[in-house]
Design a protein around this ligand. Structure first.
Ligand code: HPA
Length: 268
């Protein structure tokens, strides 16, 4: 990871963000709100994965967001692209090596609750790993036994809740269940997910949470709801819908994030 860390250190030219944000499907326009943006394509960063998913650009955007230093990752790679849950490991390891100690993950997700419709934002309180995979498969050290009891940092969560309240933005809270994708779930799987206690389903985030905890980063994660999950409306799901609907919740999420950054709620 040394090459990527050195390259970014050089390009960042003294900017030392301690918070990084991973932008999910359809949320890439948040990166356009970075001031004095320094853009580094993944192709310049050894070990960084290429994402072929439309709606994901594949670059690191560093600069100021609401006046605070930030590093945004526009475009993540997914388990379903590579069949490797550890595909984001070099990225998270690089962030840790750069001195980033807080990671905010965002994603597009399907809702299991009609009262949390498309356009809603859900702060993830916990997750269910239903993929059968884990990014720490093969990790030889005993550090692989990462505790996930407090995976979603209480302090960061309360910062988001405070910001939502102050900006009069509705922020749902719930459990995110990770399916491998890339096919969407079946209605029967969604009924199972509900019985298991999930509130939203998606194809990302969980491996990055596990990796971030492995590398000692504090984590917060938010889902923007792009659809009601399979079988809930009778309509077929599509990636086009995900991309079309994400900006709706994305605007809400941006409002909350800006307040969090402007007020420095994650510091300390
Ligand atoms: N399921 C899985 N992933 C998703 C969904 C969904 O319904 N919507 C957006 N990403």
């Amino acid at each position: 990871m040394k090459q990527a860390i050195d390259r970014l250190t050089e390009r960042l030219d003294g900017l030392m963000p301690t918070t990084a944000l991973v932008l999910g499907s359809g949320l890439g326009n948040l990166a356009e709100q970075v001031e004095d943006a320094i853009r580094v394509p993944h192709s310049e960063l050894p070990g960084f994965p290429k994402s072929g998913v439309t709606g994901h650009v594949g670059e690191v955007v560093a600069g100021k967001f609401a006046g605070q230093p930030v590093l945004m990752l526009s475009g993540r790679a997914h388990y379903y692209e590579h069949g490797d849950a550890a595909v984001m490991r070099p990225v998270i390891e690089t962030l840790a090596g750069l001195g980033v100690n807080k990671l905010i993950l965002t994603n597009a997700a399907g809702s299991l609750d009609p009262d949390m419709p498309p356009g809603s934002v859900m702060l993830i309180t916990d997750h269910i790993n239903f993929s059968g995979s884990n990014p720490l498969f093969g990790e030889p050290s005993d550090r692989r036994f990462v505790g996930l009891t407090e995976a979603y940092d209480a302090g960061m969560r309360s910062a988001f809740e405070k910001a939502a309240k102050a900006t009069h933005t509705q922020l749902h809270k719930g459990v995110y269940m990770w399916f491998s994708g890339p096919s969407f779930e079946t209605p029967a799987e969604i009924r199972m997910a509900r019985l298991f206690g999930a509130n939203a389903v998606g194809m990302s985030t969980v491996p990055e949470v596990i990796l971030a905890r492995f590398f000692g980063l504090r984590v917060a994660a938010c889902s923007v709801i792009t659809n009601l999950a399979a079988g809930m409306t009778g309509a077929e799901l599509s990636h086009q819908e995900t991309k079309d609907m994400a900006p709706l919740g994305g605007a809400r999420l941006a409002t909350v994030l800006k307040y969090v950054f402007r007020k420095g709620l994650l510091d300390g």
